[in-house]
Design a protein around this ligand. Sequence first.
Ligand SMILES: O=C(O)[C@H](O)[C@@H](O)[C@H](O)[C@H](O)CO
Ligand SMILES: [Zn+2]
Length: 299
Amino acid sequence: MSSIKIECVASEGYRIGESPVWDEKERALLCVDITGKKVCRWSSLTQQVQAISVDAPVSSVALRKSGDYVITLGTRFAALKWKEQQVTTITQIDKDKPNNRFNDGKVDPAGRYFAGTMAEEIRPAVLERHQGSLYTLFSDHSVVKHFDQVDISNGLDWSLDHKTFFYIDSLSYSVDAFDYDLQTGKIGNRRSIYKLEKEESIPDGMCIDTEGKLWVACYDGGRVIRLDPETGKRLQTVKLPVDKTTSCCFGGQDYSEMYVTSARDGMDKEWLARQPQAGGIFKITGLGVKGIPPYPFAG
Ligand SMILES: O=C(O)[C@H](O)[C@@H](O)[C@H](O)[C@H](O)CO
Ligand SMILES: [Zn+2]
């Protein structure tokens, strides 16, 4: 049995830290602070964070095949050049919904950028319901909407055989699966594979490991849970020293470390005093399982 170690590697105190992605080339962890309107990069070599401020809530970041990054910014898909600190809009969605913004996003194994939207929150998990949709940005920069009526579009990933798409609409308290067609990027046959237990609270970001098991960050649950999508059983719980754990990814040497982002929005003074690391980035080692490299956007 391996021994699990949890370390806060960046205590920047992000308002809503999200979308951790390992950038192997830079040996760095990318992430965003959604309401803090920042894209951040923590270098494992220097242990320092660099941040680029942007003009709207930035909800996810992904690698790009041609180098640099793509982001979801407000209701836009955009390109981000890191060195130049330059943001260029690729395309805009939800134009008829001025109160919407993108939330979590991730690139599929064929290089398409999936990301969903939600209404802006009044406070955590309180918002106008059913306003969100799930979108895909293709490499030719065309966009497809898969479905609407989403509350809080969140975690997403693909099975190792690329035949299943996993997805979380947070307020359904469920982790769902769809059949996935890698050739076309189409999804279908939605079903629930896991319903969160009360103390697990709200399902948020997620990622898959090399054994095909899902890791889900539980917002207000202060933990990540490992699920078997085949049996619908929870296999493991790893608790963190903060309640608002938002998302997770694997990174580091051979993708053997897990990185977990967290938030502090919605916490009062007393709560923050009890959890001074809220909004930090955590590194978990000793899990005894690895992840897979993130796919870069092909466009
Ligand atoms: O991190 C996200 O994905 C959202 O943008 C957050 O706001 C939380 O998930 C939400 O508050 C929990 O329900
Ligand atoms: Zn999220």
